[in-house]
Ligand binder design. Structure first.
Ligand SMILES: [Zn+2]
Ligand SMILES: [Zn+2]
Length: 294
């Protein structure tokens, strides 16, 4: 062996040691997340790109698949999956932190969709998926109170209309359809049938809905994603814990909260209501309304 060969072998060995022990394993390619895409949706699309299940993906990276990757700890889970790909670290961290407020306040999980056995699920708008160049799950579709698509006036569906399976966040659709198309987020992971209708079969059903209800679902999602909310006429941010407390003690009517009996701290609420009353009467002479506006 020449001196030059020896140097080359040593160099390769060091490189391998560094690769295996200090650099995270990488899947090398991953799709770029959409701005309003949920973490679980992005993981599904990574799985579809590589043709493997979420469990298999996690195993190949030496990490543990999570029960609910949207809200799971550690937040670095998403960063581990995207490490070494063209998706920037800044974007991966932002995706990881989508549901940071739920992570910080676990009882906010009550605002999210789960099936009866506790598996995380989504509701979907078939018309949004049909119009996507690459179908993906929206952050808002994870919320129980997000019931209507504001673009298509479609009531969202939480199950496949062919096999009745829930749309689970950690179960990607894999394989091909009988026509040879690679399955994606717009196809049922349980039966492989498309959730979307063929173009031209019929348009959106134009469900009658209350505009206030759309504003309310918007407000609720914004509250959770921001971790705070505002009450009309009250110029201060209020935290998510207070919002949950209000929902637990008051009825929720399209963004307005109505009293439904006793609450733990009526003085707190009444002091806020009194301030609202004086603000409203001073500003417009209107009847006081507690409404979520953020
Ligand atoms: Zn839609
Ligand atoms: Zn199905």
């Amino acid at each position: 062996m020449t001196a030059v060969d020896h140097v080359m072998l040593t160099g390769n060995y060091r490189y391998l040691r560094v690769s295996m022990t200090e650099r995270p394993r990488s899947i090398l390619v991953a799709p770029c997340p959409y701005d309003d895409e949920s973490p679980a949706s992005w993981i599904q699309r990574v799985c579809q790109m590589h043709g493997i299940t979420y469990q298999r993906l996690a195993e190949s990276l030496g990490i543990v698949a999570r029960h609910d990757p949207d809200i799971t700890l550690p937040p670095e889970h998403i960063c581990h999956i995207g490490a070494g790909t063209s998706v920037s670290g800044v974007r991966l961290r932002a995706l990881s932190n989508t549901f940071h407020a739920v992570r910080a306040l676990p009882r906010a999980r009550n605002l999210l969709n789960f099936d009866p056995l506790g598996a995380p699920t989504y509701r979907i708008c078939r018309y949004c998926l049909a119009n996507d160049p690459v179908p993906y799950l929206r952050i808002a579709w994870r919320f129980k109170d997000w019931k209507f698509c504001p673009f298509h006036h479609e009531r969202l569906m939480d199950r496949c209309d062919k096999c009745n399976a829930y749309i689970k966040s950690t179960r990607p659709s894999l394989g091909k359809s009988p026509s040879g198309k690679h399955l994606n987020v717009s196809d049922c992971a349980a039966c492989g049938q498309p959730h979307i209708k063929p173009a031209g079969v019929h348009g959106p059903p134009h469900v009658m809905f209350d505009g206030q209800e759309l504003a309310a679902q918007d407000a609720l999602v914004a509250t959770v994603l921001n971790g705070y909310f505002r009450i009309e006429g009250f110029n201060r941010r209020l935290d998510l814990g207070f919002f949950l407390w209000l929902r637990e003690n008051y009825e929720w009517h399209g963004g307005r909260i109505a009293s439904c009996g006793t609450c733990e701290n009526p003085r707190l609420v009444s002091s806020i209501v009194r301030r609202l009353q004086s603000l409203y009467e001073h500003a417009s002479g209107a009847m006081p309304i507690i409404g979520i506006v953020q």
